[in-house]
Design a protein around this ligand. Sequence first.
Ligand code: GLN
Length: 432
Amino acid sequence: MAGNMGFIAELEQGDQELNSFIVLDRQGVALKDRAKKGKLAGLKVGVKSNISVDGLMVSAASKTLENHIGSYDAFVVKRIKGEGGSIAGMTNMDEFACGSSGETSFYGGTGNPSAPGRIPGGSSSGSAASVASGLVDVSIGSDTGGSIRNPASHCGVVGYKPTYGVVSRYGLLDLAMSLDQIGPLARNVKSCALLLDVIAGHDPRDETSIDLDKGFYNFSGNLDPKLKDKKLGYAREFDSLIQDKGIRRVIHKAIDRLSSVGAEIIELSLPNLKIALPTYYLNVYVEFFSATRKYDGRRYGHRIEEVCGEEVLRRILIGSYITQKEYSGRYYRKALQARSVLRRELMDALKEVDVLVGPAVPKLPHKIGTRIEDPMVMYAYDIFTVLANLAGIPAGVVPAGETDHIPTGLQVMGKPLQDQKVLNVMYGFEQY
Ligand code: GLN
């Protein structure tokens, strides 16, 4: 336990300005039952504040849960401890994972170590920033509509959202359970795959968890960088939806790099991409509203509506409205239909290729302190990431370049359960 104090003190020092952690495990509570040996031995791990760790505050960065101490380990946390990982604490995030900038945390925003003065992205802001700054080796985040991939892109690290059902959600506070997945963030694809080896696996306590052959789970061992003759799809709609010229340049350069090493780039079309954001948000409003009904003040101390921030309240109010019988047909049923249309379109596109490649975010991270009044402007960050959640497919982001010293990531999306293929393309891209 004493050993922990050294590294935690150092972390505390390093995190003073960054604010990437809400809780540092000063008492070494999470180290008690850590295995001596294993795949993560010697590695420091950050855990997003919406994932349960026994004995640490699981606040989801909300005042609502300021008194909530985890009473058990999430599936992924148990696995991390079982493989010798040293959990350093609970990382900062947007309140209840609602956001794309890290600014809605009750505990204050997180900095971006790779682009000082800018937001780190969100909602897994602290998980990405703590990895980018080197405070920890790897982190765990959650991704409902891009919350791992968006901050990975803005902070210049690797982030990965697995196929829905590959990682257990047991112990994750829901944002929208039909979209949520837990996933790894790391400084390179190999470490990202290694953490995925550890956290992926069947869990009967999560009804959506998939049971797969053992061989499926050896992502790091099966990494293969070969890109020659790989068919990579690029949707022609991407270009006009990228708002920043610099990002367009980085993404095109990345595509050129991929093709120069023998990958075949296939242009295809996703004509319904423009309905992805409204489809995603309508689904999220309804599911989030239902997920928050348990925070009524009886069990967790505060009634959520009384203490939450503006974005969380907006989602609860709109969710409640849409959930009413007379409106659910008009909005929610339509959103579910739109979701199947998008899923079908994406699956059809993927049939032609090995994976899709493209941007992760349409614009550069804004300056900290810029007031964004219109929620649509914030939602716009998610245009390229929500697709993978709506369809349940695997998607990862790998650093691709910089614009004015601000990182931008390349996103790779694959067919359901082809997680290895997605990681391989990311790995191959990273080598060249
Ligand atoms: N920015 C998206 C939202 O606010 C994604 C959040 C997430 O993936 N947790 O819903």
